[in-house]
Each structure stands twice: as structure tokens, then as C-alpha cells.
Design a protein around this ligand. Structure first.
Ligand code: NAP
Length: 288
């Protein structure tokens, strides 16, 4: 085992630079008399979701956006949630919004997410926007994958010709990220790993860049990582009031070339991506 001094890829630092850029664009819109607005729709009182929503609204305000936190009771019906989405679609103060996931178990997320006006889709999860992504057309990209790409760019981690393994194939993270990384211009060769993969360690050990989005705290250890690889830990699970990643940080940092911390890695980049998407939607709304 080669002991490296892994470079820490701080999402906190990279997001601060990105948010400052977004704030500049907010300033330009303000000069034209337009204040971009973002809204979050939170259903229920899940403590982790409350924390995430608070962080998003706070970052939005600090970046100069108008922020609206909309809440519904945990008992809200499917129709009530879809109506709330409809009201945000119609609200001229709101240029982008998101529905905080996960939803209470009795709600079906798919029709709720598809009810979002694609021109206000801050999270980039509407079928229209995911379709645009697959076709290589511009539009709001899915927030977490967009944030991960920006993080790699910020720290000069090159994708062209690299071998990437993405652990997890969710609609939120793994699947869109694998499409984005293998797209012309990004040019990585991507392997996607999931719970039915026969030999997970073989796939992860062959990666120059390993992205882990499983939601299994501490699952990935040194035995899964090639010497010198860049490791992006997307996982965030609340364990005893602490946020724990999917990667055993100390152990993996000893052999990796670069690694993201949890917290302070992908999370702040996801929030910055949301703000960047919303400001982009406000800009394109203005030019319509
Ligand atoms: P998800 O929908 O539960 O997907 C998890 C994926 O991991 C699935 O594809 C699953 O495979 C795979 N998986 C689970 N156990 C596995 C195993 N033992 N071996 C191989 N693959 C396995 O989760 P998600 O929404 O993508 O989120 C993943 C994690 O990222 C969570 O901790 C979440 O909180 C976190 N997250 C963080 C941010 C952020 O901004 N930091 C944003 C989004 C998500 P199958 O498809 O076969 O079931």
C-alpha cells in the first residue's frame, strides 16, 4: 500500500467561489429590476430534511436571491402537494423551486416531480430536463451531479480519457452523473455499479475517479480504492446526529490521491448548483 497525502477536495471552498459568481449574476439581474426567487417545498417534519432546506434557503439569501420556504403537513395528500407545486409554477416571484426529497411514504414522488414546470426546475429532475441532458441540450442539470462536475473542474481533476466508477444508479445522482461524465466533451469511460453487481471491488479498484452514492455509511474502504485515485463521497447518512459518508475517510485518504470530506464535500456543491440553476432560469425567463 502506498501512503499518499490525499488532497482534500473541499466543496465548501469550491462552492464559495461558485456562489460568488452566481451573486455577480444576481447583481446584473437586479440592475435590470429582476430579483431571482427560489422556493423549497417541504412536506412533513423530517429533521434531516429540515436542516437541508434551511441550508438551501440561507445560502440563497446570502447569494442575493429571494427565498421562500413552503411547508405542508406530513399528512398532506397527493393532490394537496401537486396543488402546491402548481401554485409555485404560477408564482411570478419564483424562478426556480424544488420539492425536498424523500417524501412521506404515502406520497408518490414521480407525478409530483413531473408537475414542476421544467422552466422552474431548480433540481433539474423533470423528465424534460433529464431528456435534454441525454440529448446534450442546455437546461438546468441535476443539482448533485452538476455540483460534482464543478468540484472536479475547480480542483483540476481531469475527466478526459479517465476511468470512472460510479457506485449507485439512482435517478438523483448515479444515473445522470454517469451520462454527464461519459458525454462528448467530458469524455470519461464510466462504469456504473449497483447492488446486483457481481464484483464491486474489482470495478471500484480500476477507477481513476471513484464516485460513491450508495447511502451505506462507511461501506467503502481502502480495499476498494486504487492508489492515487480521486474519491468523491456523495453519501450522507445521519448517524447519532452526525453526517456520515459512504467512504471510511481516514483509511481511504491514506491511499487516495484526492478525496472529498463529509460534511463539506458534495453537499455545498449541490446547494450552489441549485442557486446557479435558479439564476440561469431567471436569466432565460427574462430573455423569453
Ligand atoms: P438511492 O436512491 O438509495 O440509491 C442508492 C444506490 O446505491 C442504488 O443504485 C443501489 O443499488 C446502490 N447500492 C446500495 N447498496 C449497495 C451495495 N451494497 N452495493 C452496490 N450498490 C449498492 O440513493 P441516492 O438518492 O442516490 O443517494 C445516495 C446517497 O447520497 C445517500 O446517502 C444520500 O443521502 C446522499 N446524497 C447526498 C447528496 C449531497 O448533496 N451530498 C445529494 C443526493 C444524495 P440498486 O439500484 O441496485 O438498489
Amino acid at each position: 500500500m502506498v501512503v499518499n497525502d490525499a488532497r482534500i477536495l473541499s466543496g465548501k471552498d469550491a462552492a464559495a467561489v461558485w456562489r460568488a459568481e452566481v451573486a455577480g449574476r444576481v447583481g446584473s439581474l437586479a440592475a435590470d429590476g429582476l430579483r431571482p426567487g427560489i422556493a423549497t417545498l417541504l412536506i412533513g417534519d423530517d429533521p434531516a430534511s429540515e436542516v437541508y432546506v434551511r441550508m438551501k434557503l440561507k445560502a440563497a439569501e446570502a447569494t442575493g436571491l429571494q427565498a421562500f420556504g413552503i411547508r405542508l403537513e406530513a399528512s398532506a395528500s397527493q393532490a394537496e402537494v401537486e396543488e402546491a407545486v402548481g401554485r409555485l409554477n404560477d408564482d411570478p416571484r419564483v424562478h426556480g423551486f424544488l420539492v425536498q426529497l424523500p417524501l412521506p411514504a404515502h406520497l408518490d414522488p414521480a407525478p409530483i416531480l413531473q408537475r414542476i414546470d421544467p422552466a422552474k426546475d431548480a433540481d433539474g429532475l423533470h423528465a424534460t430536463n433529464l431528456g435534454r441532458l441525454v440529448l446534450g441540450l442546455p437546461g438546468p442539470g441535476p443539482a448533485t451531479p452538476t455540483g460534482i462536475l464543478r468540484l472536479l473542474d475547480h480542483f483540476g481533476v481531469g475527466l478526459v480519457g479517465s476511468r470512472v466508477t460510479v457506485v449507485g444508479r439512482s435517478q438523483l445522482v448515479g444515473r445522470p452523473l454517469s451520462i454527464m461524465m461519459s458525454a462528448p466533451g467530458r469524455d470519461a469511460t464510466v462504469t456504473v455499479v449497483h447492488s446486483k453487481t457481481a464484483d464491486l471491488a474489482e470495478a471500484t479498484r480500476s477507477a481513476d475517479i471513484l464516485v460513491v452514492a450508495m447511502g451505506r455509511p462507511g461501506f467503502i474502504g481502502a480495499e476498494h480504492v486504487a492508489d492515487g485515485a480521486a474519491v468523491i463521497d456523495v453519501g450522507t447518512t445521519r448517524v447519532d446526529d452526525r453526517l456520515v459518508g459512504d467512504v471510511r475517510f481516514e483509511e481511504v485518504a491514506a491511499i487516495a490521491g484526492a478525496i472529498t470530506p463529509v460534511p463539506g464535500g458534495v453537499g455545498p456543491m449541490t446547494i450552489a448548483a441549485l442557486l446557479a440553476n435558479t439564476v440561469m432560469l431567471a436569466e432565460s425567463n427574462r430573455s423569453r
